[in-house]
Each structure stands twice: as C-alpha cells, then as structure tokens.
Ligand binder design. Sequence first.
Ligand SMILES: NC(=O)C1=CN([C@@H]2O[C@H](COP(=O)(O)OP(=O)(O)OC[C@H]3O[C@@H](n4cnc5c(N)ncnc54)[C@H](OP(=O)(O)O)[C@@H]3O)[C@@H](O)[C@H]2O)C=CC1
Ligand SMILES: O=C(O)[C@@H]1CCC=N1
Length: 292
Amino acid sequence: MTNPPRSELSPEPKSSPEALPLHAFNGHLVLVGAGQMGGALLAGWLKLGLAPQRVTVIDPKPPAAIRAVIDAHGIALDPPKPALADVLVLAIKPQMADEVMPLVKHLVGRTTVVVSVMAGKTIARMEQVFGQDAAVVRTIPNTPAAVGRGITGAAANRHVNEAQRVLVDNLLSAVGRVEWLEREDWIDVVTAVSGSGPAYVFLLAETLARAGAAAGLPEDLAARLARATVEGAGELLYRSPAVEPAVLRQNVTSPNGTTHAALQVLMAADGIGPVFEAAVAAATKRSRELAG
Ligand SMILES: NC(=O)C1=CN([C@@H]2O[C@H](COP(=O)(O)OP(=O)(O)OC[C@H]3O[C@@H](n4cnc5c(N)ncnc54)[C@H](OP(=O)(O)O)[C@@H]3O)[C@@H](O)[C@H]2O)C=CC1
Ligand SMILES: O=C(O)[C@@H]1CCC=N1
C-alpha cells in the first residue's frame, strides 16, 4: 500500500486552529511550580507572545533550563509580595499540594481563576482550600506543550464564568489542543492516556533502539533509526488529520512482508494491546490515589 495521497497531507497545520496569540493578555498570571510541566507551559506561552511582565513564578528552585528562561525574560521569581492573580496556575507535585496551596491562597481573590495541572487533585479539594465559591479549572496537559503540540483535558467547576473559560481556553490552546470534559472523573483516564502518553512514545523509541542493537546493529545507529522513525511517524500522523492511524499502519504493511511478521507478534493476544490496557489502568488507578 502507499502513503496517503499528498493532497491529504496538511503541509504545516497549526498546533491548534483556535490558538490565539497571548499579547492581549493584560492580567496577572502566577505560576506556582516551574518544573517540567510548568516550565513547558511557560515556554509555550512566552513563544505565543505572553508578556513576561504579566507573569510571576513561584518556585524556590526551578530546574536550570527553566531558570534560564525566567531570567532571560526578566520574569519575577519568588517576589516577596506578589499581587493578586487573575490566573493562578498550580503546577506543583500533587504530593506537595496540601502543603503549598494554603501558602498561595492569599493570591486568590474574587475574580481569580485557579488552574490546576496536578494529577489526581480534585476540584473539591481545591474548593476546600481556595473557597467553595472559587473558580477552578482542573486540567491535565502534556509536555509537548513546550513546542506548541500539547493536548490538555480540562474540567471547570460551576463558578468559572464565560470570560474565565475563554481566557483559560486561550492559554491552553496556545500550547496545543484542548478537550473540555463533561465529567471531571474522566481526567484520571485522560492523565493515563495523554498526560503520561508522551513517556510511552519515548519508551517506544528507547525500546526499538535496543531491539535493533540486539538484532546486530551498532547501538548509535539503532538509536538514530528509532528516533527518526518515531519523529517521522508522529509527523506523518500529524499531517494526515483525515487518515486513521490504522490506515497509516496498513500503508506500511506489505502483504506477507516484514511489517506483517512484526505485527503478528505485537498484535497477538498477549501483545501490545493488553500491555497498554494494563498500563493505562495502572496510571488511572495512580491518578485516583493521588487525590487523597
Ligand atoms: N511532567 C508531566 O508530563 C506532567 C505533569 N503534570 C503535573 O504537573 C505537576 C508538576 O509535575 P512536574 O512538572 O513533572 O514536576 P516537577 O517536580 O518537575 O515540578 C514541580 C516544581 O515545583 C517546585 N516546587 C517545590 N516546592 C515548591 C513550592 N513550595 N512552591 C512552588 N514550587 C515548588 C519543584 O521544585 P523542586 O524540584 O526543588 O522540588 C519543581 O520545580 C504535577 O502535579 C504533575 O502531576 C501534568 C501533566 C503532565
Ligand atoms: O507522572 C505523572 O504523575 C505526571 C502526570 C502525567 C504525566 N506526568
């Protein structure tokens, strides 16, 4: 079979058709926790034009790469008396949430929207800390947000007004796509699929490289082949929005050829399907545990 006809390939699709530049944001965004996820969001927002003077970062020790971004843009880091936030983004580890949320409660006023990216932590828990009438959006983004190619699942409580919802949608869609969820409890599964998902893809690149080396290639060559394959397959998928992944897979699979031989192993009853089901179930369970 052949690849999708060229006319079906989208040459340079935008990461999100709804993505708006963030130059117009004239409020105050406070980012609490500038680690891997918070840093990825910050990098994406700055790229889309968020004015650095609109941002305050609270993090006692951001990783060096993110600290460099903060310093290069002159972003306020741990100021002694930050102003009230219009948007308070919680990107600390869920295990630290109960300790850290009360420390930033004073930055939340009547018009603030609290946006959590923390796995597990429920809207109810955040309402306990920030007030029963606080506007809260619980989200799970993923780290491809750093290059504008993230996907975020988001659920809002009933106190989030339309303007806040649009603002949060703009922030999230600036760094990728956004799926607003009808039910908050879906977020645990969203976490398992797309929040953690990039790790599964990177593991695929690692595992494929190791398998190539085990089959006789020099390690560095196998690593280059595996990496380029994951990059290229992702890009092909991205540029083929009208083509199902299964069709792209079939396009690689010549009748009774090499791919067919490999897929018989991967798609066997004890192949990758049940392994992924178990992995997603384990991550979902862990997300629910982190609620407590
Ligand atoms: N990584 C990912 O792909 C995703 C992560 N998430 C969620 O994002 C959140 C952060 O995860 P991740 O970025 O991976 O974790 P990181 O540990 O990389 O980031 C958390 C950051 O918070 C800092 N921190 C520690 N104490 C405080 C404090 N008192 N005030 C402010 N900041 C503090 C940490 O510093 P230090 O390291 O010194 O403790 C660190 O820089 C988690 O809740 C996670 O569930 C959601 C989706 C995807
Ligand atoms: O591993 C974690 O718990 C976080 C949430 C999703 C991705 N990273």
